[in-house]
Design a protein around this ligand. Sequence first.
Ligand SMILES: Cc1cc2nc3c(=O)[nH]c(=O)nc-3n(C[C@H](O)[C@H](O)[C@H](O)COP(=O)(O)O)c2cc1C
Length: 317
Amino acid sequence: MDGFNKVHVAPMVGVTTAHFNYFLRIISKNIGLYTEMVSTNSIRHGKVLNRVPRVEDKLTIQLAGNCPGELGFCAGLAEYKGYAAINLNVGCPSSKIKKANYGAVLFKSPSLVAACVGAMKDNCDIPVSVKTRIGVDDFDNYQYLARFIEQLLRSGCDEIVLHARKALLKGLSPKANRTIPRLRYDVVESIKKDFPDAKICINGGIGAIGSIVNFCDSFDSVMLGRIIDKNPMILQEIDKCIYNDVTNNYTRHDIFQHYSSYIDMHKYSYSNIMLMKPLMGLFYGTPLAKKWHKAIIDSFNSKNGIDLDGLRNLAFV
Ligand SMILES: Cc1cc2nc3c(=O)[nH]c(=O)nc-3n(C[C@H](O)[C@H](O)[C@H](O)COP(=O)(O)O)c2cc1C
């Protein structure tokens, strides 16, 4: 497995925007990045699949869909646009996604998912992975999961990302589905043991640097979601501990300066909130965290543009 794929930032709608990815790429050149989930339906209706070359390198596009033909087409398009890999969403429990018969509900249709993966593989030469849960509703026994994995591997799936929680499609919001179902790392461990040659990425509730290092030893890769939004500076520790990259020594000030130039370039094209949200966690864990967080939130609704000098004075003078 390529070094840069050892740790991924999870796809997160409303979080892993191009702006957030730009911000993260300032902090780490090594980490694997994901887009937000993009539905095949939106691509059919004209959504443009552009990425920012060099900044958004090592970028995996996550697709949501259920039609092998459409997913095959989108896979070819994604490769043409320069994405590094493609991931199929088989884990999202939101009611809107479920209604479209996308996401976690597809866990109950392994043959269809395998056909989707097969079609994507036939239409591109970049890696295709699937992100799923360890179970969905009553489809939650180990034998079912193992058979599902087997089918995915037979269809050519290059990597399987396992969120170590089952999803409940009735009665739990997507947010509750990320906290209430119990984390079962043991299930993901059994899958890796039973499929030693398969590339298995573990996801769910991982945040401490010690557990990231341990999981990197036991699995092919590790995927981190909310911790990166909360504390993006953890990427510097990951660079050192996982990628042995000791050249990464930007200070918070350096990072802010780089990202400020980006904001200046894009401030007439995007809303304050879109541009400023990535900065929220920059001071996580420091005495300035609360004040900084509030200043960023205040900037969302500022009618007088974004006061970058005010933020600079607050944090760095
Ligand atoms: C705001 C938010 C949006 C998310 N959107 C997606 C998504 O579009 N596709 C997906 O596969 N998972 C999505 N997830 C789930 C994450 O990718 C990840 O599996 C989950 O948060 C568990 O990892 P964590 O405990 O490290 O956060 C989302 C999570 C959050 C918090």
